[in-house]
Design a protein around this ligand. Structure first.
Ligand code: PLP
Length: 359
């Protein structure tokens, strides 16, 4: 039997890049976008308290409610306050965007899908596995689609979409009855810009926002996120029904930790984001004069350095992600991320300065 699997690239981008970087000594690894700072103590304590509750017959819990515990749904609702007014039955707790997206795409098998270019490779692979027809567009096309996936702040370019650009996409999706998946994984970096698609008029009817505590709160290892589908969207009851047959939710302990991160520990969570943003500022300064974007509302800097940039930067002791891994449009670029310790950002900055001077 032929499988869609046969159409996947041999290895997932980040696995290949990681192997090449680990082969070299004295390289500062700014490739894979994984967080480095530990969780706030209060978040870990919330997890410890929750774990102890499970040891007592009165507070033991089994399967969690399929859309999440009320306390976390309320915390997410509060997190959006001032940006978008949500009801708790418009929020679905998930174990992160990657798996949620893959499950959600089961509703769109054989669909026509629009993806940005360059783009996060997981979107491409998830759609290949559903047998979907992918079209790469940076603005709404003339022809119709079933699904559009947007990411802002974007991985890999670090760009933030403007309200006008998002309005255009919302208008397009409504005109052809398409669903817009808005990946808000990096929203916490975009203070001062649009962070939620629900800040745009008309989005409640057509958009599905997927967000995650991975980058917002350092939960890449813990695994917790949420999806927002407003009640004006026909997919709200659909997802409630379908999700319950696909997974059994996120653990009580993790949901308690996520609640703490989005409420009482929010100032510390925000301080961690500011730390990474300062790293990005140091790296951007080092790249003064180079052709680049991102790094302001995003942990990513997208640097144009011609073909072979990955190997050349490696020879300067900086590990990055080759842009071509995000599609042909990225062939002359590399992605640099700021999820590192300050000392690494400072040293990488010196090496990047030498790299820029050498060109
Ligand atoms: N979406 C984007 C754009 C990402 O860059 C990433 C991870 O790097 C994810 C989603 C994955 O998020 P999660 O950890 O919630 O699965």
């Amino acid at each position: 039997m032929e499988m869609y699997y046969d159409k996947l690239p041999k290895e997932y981008l980040f696995v290949e890049v990681g192997k090449k970087i680990r082969e070299r000594k004295d390289v500062i690894d700014l490739s894979i976008g994984d967080v480095r700072l530990p969780l706030p103590k209060a978040v870990c304590e919330a997890g410890a308290v929750a774990a102890r509750e499970l040891a007592s017959v009165d507070s033991f819990r089994g399967y969690p409610p399929e859309s999440g515990f009320d306390f976390l749904l309320e915390a997410v609702k509060g997190y959006y306050a001032g940006r978008a007014e949500l009801q708790t039955d418009e929020i679905f707790v998930s174990d992160g965007i990657k798996s949620e997206l893959n499950m959600f795409l089961d509703l769109f098998c054989g669909a026509k899908v629009i993806l940005p270019t360059p783009t996060y490779p997981a979107y491409v692979e998830a759609n290949i596995l559903k047998g979907n027809e992918i079209k790469y567009c940076s603005a709404p096309p003339a022809e119709k689609a079933d699904l559009v996936i947007l990411c802002s702040p974007d991985n890999p370019t670090g760009k933030v979409m403007t309200k006008a650009e998002l309005c255009e996409w919302v208008r397009y999706c409504r005109s052809c009855n398409a669903t817009l998946i808005f990946d808000a994984a990096y929203e916490a970096f975009a203070d001062g810009a649009i962070r939620s698609i629900f800040e745009v008029d008309g989005a409640r009817e057509c958009a599905v926002e997927m967000c995650s505590l991975s980058k917002t709160a350092g939960f890449t290892g813990l695994r917790c996120g949420y999806t927002v589908i407003c009640k004006e969207n026909r997919l709200n009851p659909v997802w409630r029904r379908v999700k319950s047959c696909k997974c059994n939710g996120v653990s009580y302990v993790t949901q308690r930790m996520a609640t703490c991160a989005l409420t009482s520990a929010l100032p510390e969570i925000r301080a961690n984001i500011s730390y990474y943003k300062k790293n990005a500022e140091i790296l951007l300064d080092a790249l003064d004069g180079a052709d680049k974007c991102g790094g302001i509302f995003s942990p990513y800097i997208w640097l144009r350095c011609g073909e072979g940039g990955f190997e050349r930067l490696l020879s300067f002791g900086v590990g990055v992600t080759p842009g071509v891994g995000f599609g042909e449009a990225g062939r002359e670029y590399v992605r640099i991320n700021s999820f590192c310790f300050r000392s690494e950002a400072i040293e990488a900055g010196k090496r990047l300065k030498d790299f820029v001077k050498s060109r």
